[in-house]
Design a protein around this ligand. Structure first.
Ligand code: C5P
Length: 215
């Protein structure tokens, strides 16, 4: 049976990697870019699922939202939702590492060591590529973001290749009007063919609309 609407799945916000119930590793992502893309995708008539880390944003109208905390939870939800999706857009600032152990109760200061053992988290885009796109849903289009400090272009081109993306949206998070928490962003879009387009400083919603028109 043909689906009524094309489906887009978006990851947004940070993840939290707990070492006990009250302490975690995370980053300053607010989720604004992902939520703006979700709004733009609804405007375009997509069925939209937004997988959100802990953020303080209202869910855009018409969006199905799945709340998660850790990278592993986000990854599991992403794999599940991507199976029936047409487009997967990863805007989340996923924590690359997590504490090797998470205590069931709050650790006392003197139970903690000054050295925290970490283990790598899964790369969600790579996991979706390997376990969904290459295993059944081959038409799935993957889109990523690259938040860099300094010149984002080289790093972004490498990530576009390595993660099997159609295109990647690169930005320098230290640039004026860009990055975590800002309502605007200045991005460069690089596609898998090596084409590159620099957009002017604009609102995250306007960028979301540009991304959705490319999709
Ligand atoms: O962290 P990195 O710069 O590699 O992120 C690039 C892209 O990969 C982003 O779209 C981000 O959402 C995604 N990513 C991911 N899982 C990770 C790390 C990053 O999906 N563990």
């Amino acid at each position: 049976m043909k689906k009524a609407k094309a489906k887009v799945v978006i990851t947004a916000g940070p993840t939290r990697e707990h070492l006990d119930p009250v302490r975690f590793l995370s980053n300053p992502s607010t989720g604004r870019m992902g939520f703006a893309i979700a709004k733009a995708a609804v405007e375009r008539g997509f069925e939209v699922t937004l997988i959100a880390g802990p953020v303080a944003l209202k869910t855009p109208k018409g969006v199905k939202r799945i709340d998660v905390v850790s990278a592993r939870e986000m990854c599991a939800a992403a794999v599940e939702e991507a199976k029936a999706a047409d487009v997967f857009i990863a805007t989340a600032a996923v924590a690359d590492w997590r504490p090797a152990k998470c205590a069931a109760r709050k650790l006392k200061k003197d139970e903690m060591s000054s050295v925290l053992k970490l283990v790598r988290n899964p790369d969600i885009l790579k996991t979706v590529n390997a376990t969904v796109k290459r295993k059944g849903n081959s038409d799935l289009k993957l889109v990523g973001f690259a938040a860099e400090t300094g010149n984002p272009i080289c790093e972004a081109a490498r990530k576009c290749r390595e993660k099997g993306l159609e295109f990647i949206v690169a930005n320098d998070v230290t640039a004026k009007g860009a990055g975590f928490g800002a309502s605007t962003n200045r991005v460069v879009i690089l596609d898998k063919f090596g084409n590159r387009k620099a957009l002017a400083l604009m609102s995250k919603l306007a960028i979301g609309r540009r991304i959705m028109s490319l999709v």
